[in-house]
Design a protein around this ligand. Sequence first.
Ligand SMILES: Nc1ncnc2c1ncn2[C@@H]1O[C@H](COP(=O)(O)OP(=O)(O)O)[C@@H](O)[C@H]1O
Ligand SMILES: O=C(O)C[C@@H](O)[C@H](O)C(=O)COP(=O)(O)O
Length: 324
Amino acid sequence: MPHAMDNTKKYDLIAVGRACLDLNAVEYNRPMEETMTFSKYVGGSPANIAIGSAKLGLRAGFIGKIPDDQHGRFIQNYMSGAGVDTSHIVVDTEGRKAGLAFTEIKSPEECSILMYRDNVADLYLKPEEVSEAYIQQAKTLLVSGTALAQSPSREAVLQAIHYAKRHQIEIIFELDYRPYTWTSVHETSVYYTLVAEQADIVIGTRDEFDVMENRKGENEATVQYLFRHKPKLIVIKHGVEGSYAYTKAGEVYRGRAYKSKVLKTFGAGDSYAAAFLYALLSGKDIETALQYGSASAAVVVSRHSSSEAMPSVEEIEALIRANA
Ligand SMILES: Nc1ncnc2c1ncn2[C@@H]1O[C@H](COP(=O)(O)OP(=O)(O)O)[C@@H](O)[C@H]1O
Ligand SMILES: O=C(O)C[C@@H](O)[C@H](O)C(=O)COP(=O)(O)O
């Protein structure tokens, strides 16, 4: 990370995409139909990553659009209380709503998410609402793939990427594939490929890279292709099987998942990304960053939420030490 030690930058990471609500089943181990109560948390993958990395001590900012209602104000207050700069979150003026993610916890292994994403404010962020001066103050720009699903959010993200490139800000692309937001896998593949080719770091699950390639692929072929373009670091996650980090120089690192008392499986990816990026941006090596990501995910899958559950540096380091 060339900018890792650049202290002239006001922000370590600015995330662009959705800040929404998670409504997590309070009664576990039963289907959604029988779940009567839900707890409210801030959610949305890039918001979770910004919150998680701020909790770890990164200076994080956020670009997105929230509704002009109680939910929008809850999101903004929570994020700002968590230490995320919310000065460039735009408030919608056209009656759009917050995205909702109801979670079902049927068993620790069997979890699913029911998303309500019609007319959601986040997908209406416009390119003219993205500030070049703000992005210029960041070491890295984290782009969520879901924000590419529809216009004008798609153009807003492409605009943000253009500003980042203009000012040599590193681009991190989190594939963050949410099928309900897209109308066609071909379209997803086109935009994912376009952005992945321009990013410095690409992070996703094996399944998400398959969506990008629109075929069932293999890690070797994926990285070989992307390394012919801009990426210099590619992280491919394989759930409980762990994850791999590939560098353009040809190194391959394996991160193993830590044992955890799993309550639910969602939140793993966002907590992994927050801690992995925290470690890299703090100047740690890739092997250590993989341990941070895995440890952070192991903590979050044992807790009820994705955002509120994000661990501290001390918790992550204690878990790594305990598994050394
Ligand atoms: N059940 C689990 N127990 C412990 N760690 C897990 C578990 N599931 C995932 N992880 C960790 O979280 C990382 C990301 O999980 P993964 O399921 O691949 O991503 P996503 O949540 O984005 O689908 C994994 O590489 C692993 O380190
Ligand atoms: O990203 C969303 O809109 C939903 C998230 O807030 C939710 O907590 C979640 O699904 C996180 O899952 P992950 O991708 O496994 O981290």
